[in-house]
Design a protein around this ligand. Sequence first.
Ligand code: NAD
Length: 489
Amino acid sequence: MTTITASEEQRVLDNVPKRLYIGGEWRDGSKGTFSVEDPAIGEPLCEIADASADDAKAALDAAVEAGAHWSQHPPRERGEILRRAFEAIIAREDELALLMTLEMGKPLKESKAEVAYGAEFLRWFSEQAVRIEGRYAVAPNGQGRLLTMQQPVGPCLLITPWNFPLAMGTRKIGPAIAAGCTMVVKPAQLTPLSMLALAKILEDAGLPSGVLNLVSATSSGETMGPLIADPRLRKLSFTGSTEVGKKLMEQASDNLLRLSMELGGNAPFIVFDDADVDDAVQGALIAKMRNIGEACTAANRFHVAESIAGPFAEKLAEKLGAMKVGRGTEDGVDVGPLIDQSQRSKVTELVDDAVGRGARPLVGGHAREGAGYFYDPTVLADVPDDANLLREEIFGPVAPVRAFDDEDEAIAAANATEYGLVAYVYTSNFKRALRVCERLETGMVGLNQGMVSNAAAPFGGIKQSGFGREGGPEGIQEYLETKYVAVNL
Ligand code: NAD
């Protein structure tokens, strides 16, 4: 791999449509434009359309209008549009990865992995589109028949975060298209470019006008509030922070919208004394450092058996210390910048708080001087109970390590959080593995592996990590209603 040139970067940026996509037309935003920044240098990349509340309403109008025919569109054809889009993404993997690195900062190899992961949802749901089924049953008294059918929910609002600019979109768009729903998509203001590129790919793949409408905006509350209050909207699927998710849930209660809430996390990573320490360190590296630690699934706390906590922390520090930090477009870079100054300040505060309370940095512990929002990969040993980063989502390359004495203590520590998205468990004892998986209060568990994401599996959380599942056979159910017909024979 060689370092990308400035003209290659410009070409990729030039290829992205920069306007709103409403009813099959690319149009200007009523509020002018806003700029998207490269977090590695802190400078603008390009300007894109800024939508007003009226633009958002026009997007919902288009979604409502397209809904009647789209819900009747043959499922096979809905699937084939998704399949063509999947293939187009794979064919343009390098270009889309570069675009993602420019707007979000992660190293190119990680952007490529997200492009492949994001595309996979379109392939998976292209296969699910033709598997929407109902039931026919004889009523228990033998007198009538019970018919159930599954129908599209209707117009959906899909709101996504900045940390996975493509995959957080395809996890919603794929099943919505497969189910026969129309939609308004609102990407994160910080990273809208990948979603704009995706909208163009879906248009080129033959998605009819109005099925997907894209609205980029600087004022998310002002543009989205009226849509959530509009009685024509039927569903809101949101990925983002728990704080915003709760607010939106409150707003959505007026119209009793169907909801999917993919919210924040605080994942524990548990290593038992019977685990292979090198394997666990390798898994920890993935669970912590994927996406520069800016993932809802990022391991937020490492709970390690007392007898191996020291060697585990030392080995992890050695690995993190060897990672190359830099702009994601540069050759050999492992760790890119954080998304912005406010995210970096939050990470700095959390680390300073832990160190102030007695945690011991084995490596890192500082923001980098100079342009961009870089923070050094950090391992903290002997993290005390009252350190804030044990309770809050860190969203950065920081690994706090704590020791535990026995299984009960490990599980109690893992569950001592309001969040419940994912946990990671390393053990070679099969009975213990199942016992612990059953007792963890999370929607997902990585058992002897540091990553759970898979388009064929149900991704989602419990507790304050939200509800609803994306991916797997469950994913399309979020976009379907069950209708029961009582048949008199
Ligand atoms: P955020 O909650 O700040 O924003 C998410 C989206 O909501 C953005 O598009 C934003 O513009 C929009 N938004 C914000 N306020 C709004 C309002 N009042 N009305 C309508 N829309 C509004 O989150 P973020 O900082 O973009 O993303 C990071 C968070 O996302 C983390 O907490 C992370 O854990 C979470 N996340 C969860 C998952 C999951 O699947 N559970 C996946 C990725 C990220």
